[in-house]
Design a protein around this ligand. Structure first.
Ligand SMILES: NC(=O)c1ccc[n+]([C@@H]2O[C@H](COP(=O)([O-])OP(=O)(O)OC[C@H]3O[C@@H](n4cnc5c(N)ncnc54)[C@H](O)[C@@H]3O)[C@@H](O)[C@H]2O)c1
Length: 417
């Protein structure tokens, strides 16, 4: 085997797919037996890969397994397991450690091991290396160790694994060379970082940069509304500057993994190691986390202007995933928004072509299937994610009241964030 991918999710599967397409032999290892079975039966559980894609992978010889002993049959092991937050908001590296132990058990001389899971600087060297060295082999001497951040953007039709430049940083220059040579076999451009810590921090800088800039426009959205300034128009005007400005847009809150969670890995690490806060991240966290309740209070005001109370009003949420055109609900801002609206007494329903069932705080939120009928009858419609199925301007025309948190409507009838 050329490659074993540990963790067959949003990151691991597209990686395996590209490697297979370039002619590498690939086996996938996952601890979730249901995921393994479904993949071997040709069924995909991530947005960016269809069942046909999995069938193509299987035709190219791909197999998923829960058998650890297969790890040692590969020349390269890439770890793509989850790195969530722990109860106290700090890094939760259980899966990374478990995966590293699995590799250590069958590590062979000459193998390349790459960590791709997003994590704080020092994880590859301080956490993964000692576990792998329990095998009796030494990193940089007997085997090669590197970090390479995953930059996948689910739902992005232009940039996927093969054409997004890949940053690699090894624990020694030779490990960097090995990792660069490996990824060059199926990724167009490989970028060398000085070492594992630089590669780890590059990923956190990218995500923190987005987090902070989204918080900036979210904070501006609040006072621009008070001042009667159309922030969407402001951003369009500013975006015409051909240098020094990149547009970010306000919204109902941030979701997914990269923006709400990853920057915490950095701020937690700075606090734990150095004893002081990473103030930008903590401020951005505070602003972005309060957006769902800000949206709820704006919704309340829209009803109030019409002489209605939120208590008892029917409120329809359109799009409850964390971003448009994908099915992933992780950290979706629709959840705290629905919780807040329900606490105010609203009768909340939702529509989402990609979400069959949706529970908030243990209660199943009723789903509407007749989109137009439900939009016309609700006291208030809130556009949370603008999925491609929605013709927002037309829906705003049909609705009694329409609150557009994405700035995509233009009519008089719509209230924009
Ligand atoms: N989803 C994204 O958009 C995205 C983008 C960039 C980076 N990342 C990062 O990539 C990493 C993986 O994220 P994901 O979205 O692919 O997660 P995911 O939850 O979609 O998939 C992870 C898979 O790993 C498996 N797993 C858990 N523990 C394991 C173990 N010990 N051994 C083998 N498999 C194990 C799980 O069963 C699951 O199938 C995270 O660190 C995340 O921050 C994700």
């Amino acid at each position: 085997m050329d490659l074993v991918v540990l963790g067959l999710g949003y990151v691991g599967l597209p990686l395996a797919q590209q490697a297979l397409r370039a002619g590498l032999s690939v086996v996938g290892y996952d601890v979730n037996i249901d995921v393994v079975r479904a993949l071997n039966d040709g069924s995909s559980h991530v947005d960016d890969l269809s069942d046909a894609d999995i069938a193509e992978m299987l035709r190219h010889g791909f197999r998923a397994t829960t058998d650890q002993s297969e790890i040692g049959t590969a020349e390269t092991a890439v770890i793509c397991v989850p790195t969530p937050l722990s109860e106290d908001g700090g890094p939760e590296l259980k899966a990374v450690k478990a995966a590293a132990h699995s590799v250590a058990r069958s590590l062979r001389a000459g193998m390349l091991v790459v960590l791709e899971s997003t994590t704080y600087p020092g994880t590859t060297d301080d956490v993964v290396r000692p576990i792998l060295e329990k095998s009796g082999l030494t990193a940089g001497v007997d085997f090669f160790l590197a970090f390479s951040p995953e930059r996948i953007d689910p739902g992005n039709e232009h940039y996927g694994t093969h054409n997004t430049p890949k940053v690699v940083g090894g624990d020694t220059p030779e490990s960097t060379d090995r990792a660069a040579a490996f990824y060059s076999r199926f990724i167009e451009k490989v970028v060398r970082a000085n070492g594992t810590r630089e590669a780890e921090t590059a990923k956190l800088l990218e995500n923190t940069y987005r987090h902070i800039n989204i918080a900036l426009v979210n904070e501006m959205a609040r006072f621009c509304h008070e001042l009667g300034i159309d922030l969407w128009d402001v951003i369009n005007a500013a975006s015409t500057k051909p240098f020094g400005f990149q547009a970010f847009y306000p919204g109902p809150g941030v979701g997914g993994h990269c923006i709400p969670i990853d920057p915490n890995y950095l701020s937690h690490n700075v606090r734990a190691k150095l004893g002081y806060p990473f103030r930008f991240v903590e401020l951005a966290q505070e602003i972005n986390a309060t957006m769902p309740s800000y949206v709820a209070s704006r919704a309340q005001n829209i009803l109030n202007d019409a002489g209605l109370a939120m208590n008892g009003a029917s409120v329809l949420l359109l799009g409850v995933t964390y971003k448009a055109d994908i099915a992933d609900q992780r950290e979706s801002p629709a959840t705290p928004l629905a919780r807040r609206l329900a606490a105010l007494g609203a009768k909340v329903t939702y529509h989402d072509p990609r979400v069959e069932r949706w529970s908030v705080s243990g209660f199943e939120v009723p789903k509407v299937n007749d989109l137009e009928g439900a939009v016309a009858s609700a006291d208030l419609v809130i556009l949370v994610q603008n999925h491609r199925e929605y013709e927002a301007n037309r829906l705003a025309e049909v609705a009694k009241r329409f609150f557009d948190t994405r700035g995509v409507t233009s009519g008089e009838k719509s209230h924009r964030l």
